[in-house]
Design a protein around this ligand. Sequence first.
Ligand code: SDX
Length: 435
Amino acid sequence: MSEKKRKTDKAHLVVDGKTVELAVLESSMGERALELGRLKAETGCFAFDPAMANTAVCRSSITYVNGEKGILLLRGYPIEDLAERCSFVEVAYLLIHGGLPTMEQSMRFSRLLNIHSMLHEDMRSFFGNYPEGAHPMAVLSAMVVSLSSFYPELRLENTQEETDITATRLLSKLRTIAAFSYKKSVGEPYVYPSHKYSYCENFLNMMFSSPVSMYKADAYDVALMNKLLVLHADHEQNASTTVVRMVESTGANLYACISAGICALWGNLHGGANQAVIEMLEKIHRDGLTADQVIHKAKDKNSRFRLMGFGHRIYKSYDPRAKLAKKMCMAVLKKKKIQDPLVEIAMRLEERALNDPYFQDRSLYPNVDFYTGLIYRAMGFPKEMFTVLFALGRLPGWIAHWQEMRKDPEQRIMRPRQIYTGPQKTAYIPIEERR
Ligand code: SDX
């Protein structure tokens, strides 16, 4: 039997003839990391790791992602189980509190969500000052940081009760802000939250109800909304979560941290990809391009075109969320009897890409954003709202990481270093002598 690879708990680095011993740390899933906290002091060298692709910046017990095997666990629970069996509110509770709620805890959490669902009336007027066509992500980020002007910041020695109130206040108000920003964008009157609805039912009602149509969110859409928000609830140290953690490390308040996370999520390489996928598919449809033509463009290094919704820094296999989203997409189109040409285009692109050596060699698969936009579209959301929906789902994850960061004794203000490539010390020349 081949000797099981013995895991060492020490590594040795030789710099300028000096041997430095590094501790080898191990995660609860067996992954290992070299502890480099004393690297500069011991060797005089920095570690160079652009985009932090090889760097663990913290210890975290919230989410586990295995990119090779396509595994995603939230507090140990497989995403497939949570999406199938839990409401978004339960998963939000799980992420923030570390365990699934009892019936009593769930009812209390839901009660807090209802209590905090209204926006301060003075904030309502903010929406009116945005120009027609203002992107809802801009509104979302600005309104969230403005909450700090209306609601108290958490004291450092805050109680769990105060954290719960602040967390549910944000979870509930972000939903209201999202719906209000949509209503503003379509020039319709705001629909207020109601205590008689559940979290997702409230959101759909605030989005699609209007004085002239007695909209009633049907159970299918409410269940689908729950699943979609659960799919997005957390994903360990992604870019926007790292931003939330970095802003928290400076001592800024929760609203500022989340507002910064929303801005980071907006980028089309991150959460903005779900809108970019639809825009890509619409253009392919409009231009009448074949899948072969599109795949050719995606492989062409001279073109800036990328197959949006494909590829991932961690997943080198099919994103488990994309698998679930694809199934949900097929089901919603069948249920609502929708023939969407963009879906056929997406499926042809996926089939071609997965059989193309360029994509295979680079382990490029559909990610969470490839099919989710098609589901939102079938539910009647405009594409400008898609990344807002991603943020709504990701909020409990951001709050859980913010909370973990605040309590982590190993953490302090994040302050990376650099490899300086600028000029050596330069003498000043008065302007009249410059040539
Ligand atoms: C999310 O981190 C997270 O967990 C994020 C997220 C979360 O839940 O928080 O999962 C959500 O952001 C999902 C990703 C959404 N973004 C997109 O769909 C945008 C399209 N994808 C790519 O831009 C890209 O795949 C990234 C940004 C997702 C990942 O980029 P990496 O890890 O930096 O990969 P890379 O750019 O170094 O690419 C490696 C190679 C390159 O080719 P070579 O230089 O080796 O020849 O793969 C190529 C890239 O050109 N490549 C693509 C491609 N993605 C990578 N080629 C064509 N189309 C693509 N989509």
